[in-house]
Design a protein around this ligand. Structure first.
Ligand code: NAD
Length: 281
C-alpha cells in the first residue's frame, strides 16, 4: 500500500513557518502584500480567489482583490496591472486565469513586473526556469517538488513521466524535474502508446484534467504517483488518478483533495514572501 504524500499536513506545517516569517518581516516594518486581479465571474475562479484571500489572512499577508467586469478592455486590465506594479504595498501580483476570451493572456502576463510575478508565468521567470537560474517558479510544480523532497525521494537519474504539457503545470514540472537530474518525458493528447511511457515512470505526474484517467495498469509498481487533477464528478472533487486502484501498487501517492492543491496555495504564499523580501530587504 502506497504511503500518502499529504499536502494538507505539509501545508499546515508551512503555514506555521510562514506566520513566523511574516511576524519577523512586520518587526522590520515590512508587510508583505498580494494583489489578485480577477476578471469576470467564473465560479471555480471565485472559489480559488477566495481561498487565496483566506490563506493570506491566515498568515498575515496583506491581500487585495481587484474585480473587473467580464467585458473589461485590455487597456483597463493593463492599466490596473501597471498601477499595481508601482504600488509599494504590493509585492506580488496574480491575474486569475482563465481570462475572458477577448483578453490576451500572454500580453497580460507580460505586463506584470517579473519580480512581482508570484505565479511565475512571466516569460522572464519561465526563461529562468528553462535555463536553471533562480527566478519565481510556478506554484503547482514548485509544490510538487517540495512534496517529493520533503518525503526524501531521491530524484537524480529517475525516470519522470509527466502527462500534460500546459504552461502552468506540465512544462514547468518537467523543467524542475530535469533540473533535479531526472530523465524526463512529457506526454500529451497526441502521444502514441501512452501506457508504454507511463509504465516506465519512477515518478509519474498526472496533469490532464480527466477524472480517474490514470489506471493501475498504466503504473509501474513501486513508483511515486503525483495527481494534479481537479475534476468535479457528481459534486465530489476527484483527481486524474484512479486512487483506490493505484494506491495498491505505488510506493507514494498524493490524494485529491488534500494533495497538490493544498501545496499550490502554500507555494503562492511562499513566492509572495520571497518577493516581499527581495523587494524590501
Ligand atoms: P490543460 O487543459 O491546460 O492541459 C491538459 C493537458 O493534458 C494537455 O497538455 C493535454 O495534451 C493533456 N491531455 C489531454 N488528454 C490527454 C490524453 N488523452 N492523453 C494524454 N494527455 C492528454 O490543464 P492544466 O491547466 O495543466 O491542468 C491539468 C489538471 O490539473 C486540471 O484538472 C486542473 O484543474 C488541475 N490543476 C490543478 C492544480 C492544483 O493546484 N492541484 C493547479 C493547476 C491545475
Amino acid at each position: 500500500m502506497a504511503e500518502l504524500l499529504s499536502g494538507k499536513i505539509l501545508s499546515e506545517q508551512l503555514t506555521l513557518k510562514q506566520k513566523e516569517k511574516v511576524a519577523e518581516l512586520k518587526e522590520k516594518g515590512i508587510v508583505p502584500g498580494l494583489a489578485v486581479v480577477f476578471v469576470g465571474e467564473d465560479p471555480a475562479s471565485q472559489i480559488y480567489v477566495r481561498n487565496k484571500g483566506i490563506a493570506c489572512e491566515t498568515i498575515g499577508i496583506y491581500s487585495r482583490t481587484i474585480r473587473l467586469d467580464a467585458d473589461c478592455t485590455q487597456e483597463k486590465l493593463t492599466e490596473t496591472i501597471e498601477d499595481l506594479n508601482k504600488d509599494k504595498q504590493i509585492h506580488g501580483i496574480l491575474v486569475q486565469l482563465p481570462l475572458p476570451k477577448h483578453l490576451d493572456e500572454q500580453k497580460t502576463l507580460a505586463t506584470i513586473l517579473p519580480q512581482k510575478d508570484v505565479d511565475g508565468f512571466h516569460l522572464i521567470n519561465a526563461g529562468k526556469l528553462f535555463t536553471n537560474q533562480k527566478g519565481i517558479v510556478p506554484c503547482t510544480p514548485k509544490g510538487i517538488l517540495f512534496m517529493l523532497k520533503d518525503a526524501g525521494i531521491d530524484l537524480a537519474g529517475k525516470e519522470a513521466v509527466i502527462i500534460g504539457r500546459s504552461n502552468i503545470v506540465g512544462k514547468p514540472a518537467a523543467m524542475l524535474l530535469l533540473n533535479e537530474n531526472c530523465t524526463v518525458t512529457i506526454c500529451h493528447s497526441k502521444t502514441k502508446d501512452l501506457k508504454e511511457h507511463t509504465k516506465r515512470a519512477d515518478i509519474l505526474v498526472a496533469a490532464i484534467g480527466k477524472a480517474k484517467f490514470v489506471t493501475a495498469d498504466m503504473v509501474k509498481p513501486g513508483s511515486v504517483v503525483i495527481d494534479v487533477g481537479i475534476n468535479r464528478v457528481d459534486g465530489k472533487v476527484v483527481g486524474d488518478v484512479d486512487f483506490e486502484a493505484v494506491e495498491k501498487i505505488a510506493s507514494y501517492i498524493t490524494p485529491v483533495p488534500g494533495g497538490v492543491g493544498k501545496m499550490t496555495i502554500s507555494m503562492l504564499m511562499e513566492n509572495t514572501l520571497e518577493a516581499a523580501c527581495a523587494q524590501a530587504l
